[in-house]
Design a protein around this ligand. Structure first.
Ligand code: FE2
Length: 229
């Protein structure tokens, strides 16, 4: 009798971390910061707005700061569940937190994120008839004529595409190399989200004081687990 050995899979972390009160505060903060955006690109995004090109750090806004801390906590749980070696005492940093407002006919082509280990999205406002986020297996261009339709459709070992219909308060985290895209939003609804990038690095002493949006991952057992929050 043979055994199955799992390998080469792509994990996606899904967690509800927000509620209507939190999201109302985030929407007000988004509108406030968007009004202050004087960047050259002016937040250009087809049929929407993004703060990605603006020289602002939304995580410093008092209404957004708790979200940044909560994302770091979830990312730590995600990495730990995936088997991160905590004896390395790495630093997990929130390197990008930008917000997006998407209207009808907006979409985002397939892409991945560079210069980070973990990426994700938090949905402030995700109408039921809004766009979905879709993930593509890195095996997609390699499988050619494989008869994937002969397997159960939701098998993580053989499925090529995975679509998620987000809801308000959803957080998704995934490896930054995982290809993803946002479908064309056909309905006349507004969708709001935060894009997320996190990176792992080793602490340097001089960074400890400036690590407001970082989380120290220390070994469990024999050490007190420390955090900047
Ligand atoms: Fe993305």
């Amino acid at each position: 009798m043979g055994t199955l050995e799992p390998c080469f899979c792509s994990w996606i972390w899904r967690e509800r971390i927000g509620d209507s009160v939190i999201n109302r505060g985030l929407i007000d903060a988004m509108d406030e910061l968007r009004g202050l955006d004087r960047s050259v690109n002016g937040g250009h995004y087809p049929n929407g707005y993004t703060s990605y090109h603006a020289k602002m750090r939304p995580e410093h806004h008092p209404s957004i700061r708790p979200l940044a801390a909560r994302i770091l906590l979830s990312a730590e749980q995600f990495l730990t569940t995936m088997g991160l070696d905590r004896s390395l005492a790495l630093r997990l940093s929130l390197t990008d937190l930008f917000f997006n407002v998407n209207g009808q006919h907006s979409s985002h082509a397939r892409h991945r994120h560079g210069d980070s280990e973990v990426s994700g999205v938090y949905y402030v406002k995700a109408p039921a008839d809004g766009a979905t986020i879709g993930f593509t297996s890195p095996l997609d261009p390699l499988m050619m004529a494989s008869r994937l339709d002969a397997f159960e459709p939701d098998s993580p070992w053989t499925s090529i595409h995975h679509a998620h219909q987000p809801q308000d308060g959803d957080l998704l985290l995934f490896p930054s190399w995982l290809l993803h895209e946002v479908s064309l939003q056909t309905a006349a609804v507004e969708r709001r989200s935060f894009g997320i990038n996190l990176s792992l690095s080793r602490w340097r002493d001089q960074e400890r004081e400036t690590g407001l949006h970082a989380r120290e991952l220390v070994a469990l057992g024999g050490h007190e687990q420390r955090s900047l929050f």
